[in-house]
Design a protein around this ligand. Structure first.
Ligand code: IPM
Ligand code: MG
Length: 363
């Protein structure tokens, strides 16, 4: 295969620890499946701010533009709370998403059968859970203008703007229908059309897009109800498509249903399918440096990268079966309580070892 370049952004907090394990896994499949991947590590987030004064240095952005795909660890931490707003690690991530046009954020929430008891919900409510949240990622209130904090009549006022044009809604809608088509053919569009004009338009456009996908069943739900349904009966959903802010909130709720946010990967794709891949969880400052973080979400993000952007499904399958196997074999990091059935609590590196051993065993 031709030489393809992956930019790796370890970032902050536990980022470097979990990325190290994903890199080991990538190295192994790169060799055994002859993928021809080369990787370049770049500074990003708070780590970059500390070194060069910007969370998204120009060289990092340039390398990401040239790369075929990007694998990120995590960014942010309390240390940066006092940094100027424009220079916080989060702004680096938002800048990367918007500069690269990564508008389609796929956040699968699937439950490994062995982890059903770790869910915050009763086992019967989550057994077999497999849903996909598709979050619009480069528009909406995260980027809408005007925004700011200013003084009006002697009082400080903070404001943001939730705005979508119909093209933005159409393109995320189309992605939603396409993804639903490859799964259970049901798409639920989540909005707040009973209150917000931006949602009224969102709903109208979704209904229009649906005409091109007669084989997919479209439904609509208000976001407050969707939050409730996710914890009441989450298995009713196949694919949820929603705006940036609603998707941010709902995807954290959905993540928790699966036992641990430490298990969930995500992909952020542009119109051509190039993507940034990252675990759904954050930088976990409380356990940073202890070597105990769960690397599986990052390892699964690497596997999503192989599947969605690099079209290497055999290598992705190998990683995903290896992860299922280590879970079935009882390996758990500290984010998931080891129970009474012989599960073993392992550290970050040992989890990496276990996945590598399972890849070798499966090969
Ligand atoms: C996420 C995160 C980010 C977001 C932050 C870190 C900017 O919460 O990816 O869900 O709000 O999008
Ligand atoms: Mg979030």
């Amino acid at each position: 295969m031709s030489n393809r370049k992956i930019v790796v952004l370890p970032g902050d907090g536990i980022g470097p620890e979990i990325i190290a394990q994903a890199q080991r896994v990538l190295d192994v499949v790169n060799d055994s499946f002859k993928l021809g991947l080369s990787t370049q590590v770049c500074m990003f987030g708070g780590a970059a701010y500390d070194k060069v004064g910007s969370p998204l240095p120009d060289e990092t952005l340039a390398a990401c533009r040239e790369a075929d795909a990007i694998l990120m660890g995590s960014i942010g931490g309390p240390k940066y709370d006092a940094a100027p707003r424009e220079l916080r690690p989060e702004r680096g991530l938002l800048g990367l998403r918007s500069q690269l046009g990564l508008f389609a954020n796929l956040r699968p929430a699937m439950l490994y059968p062995e982890l059903a008891e770790s869910s915050s919900l009763k086992t019967e409510l989550v057994a077999g859970l497999d849903l996909m949240i598709l979050r619009e990622l480069t528009g909406g209130i995260y980027f809408g203008q005007p925004r700011g904090i200013e003084t009006r009549d002697g009082k400080r006022v903070g404001f943001n703007t939730m705005v979508y044009n119909e093209d933005e809604i159409r393109r995320i809608g189309q992605r939603g229908f396409e993804i639903a088509r490859q799964r259970g053919s049901r798409l639920c569009s989540v909005d707040k059309a009973n209150v917000l004009e931006v949602s009224e338009l969102w709903r109208e456009v979704m209904i229009d897009v649906a005409k091109d996908y007669p084989d997919v069943e479209l439904s609509h739900m208000y976001v407050d109800n969707a939050a409730m349904q996710l914890v009441r009966a989450p298995k009713q959903f196949d694919v949820i498509v929603t705006s940036n802010l609603f998707g941010d909130i709902l995807s954290d709720a959905a993540a928790m249903l699966t036992g641990s946010i430490g298990m969930l990967p995500s992909a952020s794709l542009d119109e051509q399918g190039k993507g940034l891949y990252e675990p759904v969880h954050g930088s976990a400052p409380d356990i940073t440096g202890q070597g105990i973080a769960n690397p599986l979400a990052t390892i699964l993000s690497a596997s999503m990268m192989l599947r969605y952007t690099l079209k290497e499904s055999a290598a992705a399958d190998a990683i995903e079966s290896a992860v299922s196997r280590v879970i079935a074999d009882g390996y758990r990091c500290a984010d998931i309580a080891a129970g009474v059935r012989g599960e073993k609590t392992v550290n970050t590196n040992e989890m990496g070892d276990a996945v590598l051993a399972a890849i070798h065993a499966g090969a």
